[in-house]
Write a protein that binds this ligand. Structure first.
Ligand code: ATP
Length: 204
């Protein structure tokens, strides 16, 4: 994991489906922080994360990652980042283990077992992910999050579909990640129990 990172967004303007989102939006964050993007349904929170990771392009604005202008080329940021969106990014025709190995090819069988056990997925290790529940699918994405050693976590509604135990586990892991130099930008409509975040509001 890279030791210290920062993200600065200035003058951002996103247009989606002829709607203006985040007009003249700016924020800055650095290693050690959890930034929670707040806003009503449709305010543009998911769109903002997609812009940061480079899935969609803004109309205007500047994105600087760890001192480097990445507005036109998000590669330096993408190398350090993991983005988990609403659809969690699993391949339906692969098993749980195969899905995780797609992203983490070097994971040892022991480490994989340990993480799947923590997430209560060990009994499903050879199950096709299309046979899993919504919460279990999200747990597969969390296994990926634990195992890929990325500094910048971009998480869109990461607590969705999780039960109380998994929410507590995720809050704990996020806290641990930022304590060891990570940076987390997330969206959630969920009340968080133990996680301290800095709130950044997106006005619609
Ligand atoms: N693929 C798309 N094409 C056109 N417009 C889109 C697309 N995706 C989202 N939008 C529009 O962009 C706006 C912002 O959507 P976005 O998903 O970013 O909001 P959000 O704040 O994450 O909402 P929620 O809290 O409901 O998840 C909405 O008006 C939505 O209709």
């Amino acid at each position: 994991m890279q030791s210290s990172v920062s993200l600065t967004i200035s003058g951002l303007w996103i247009e989606r489906g002829e709607r203006d989102l985040c007009k003249d939006f700016s924020f800055s964050a650095q290693s050690g922080e959890v930034v929670r993007i707040l806003g009503e349904n449709g305010a543009g929170k998911s769109s903002l994360l997609k812009v940061i990771v480079g899935v969609i392009s803004p109309l205007e604005g500047k994105i600087v990652y760890s001192g480097e202008d990445v507005t036109l080329d998000r590669n330096p940021l993408q190398r350090d980042a993991i983005y988990i969106g609403h659809s969690v990014g699993v391949k339906n025709l692969l098993t749980v283990a195969e899905n995780i190995r797609c992203y983490c090819p070097d994971v040892s069988p022991e480490t994989l077992d340990t993480v799947l056990k923590q997430l209560d997925l060990l009994d499903h290790i050879d199950a096709l992910v299309r046979t899993l529940s919504a919460g279990q699918l999200r747990r597969v994405a969390l296994a990926r999050l634990w195992l890929t050693e990325k500094t910048l976590w971009l998480l869109d509604e990461p607590f969705a579909s999780l039960d109380v135990g998994a929410i507590a586990l995720l809050e704990e892991r996020i806290q641990l990640h930022v304590s060891s130099g990570g940076l987390v930008v997330l969206t959630t409509h969920q009340d968080l129990r133990s996680l301290s975040c800095r709130d950044v509001a997106l006005l619609s």
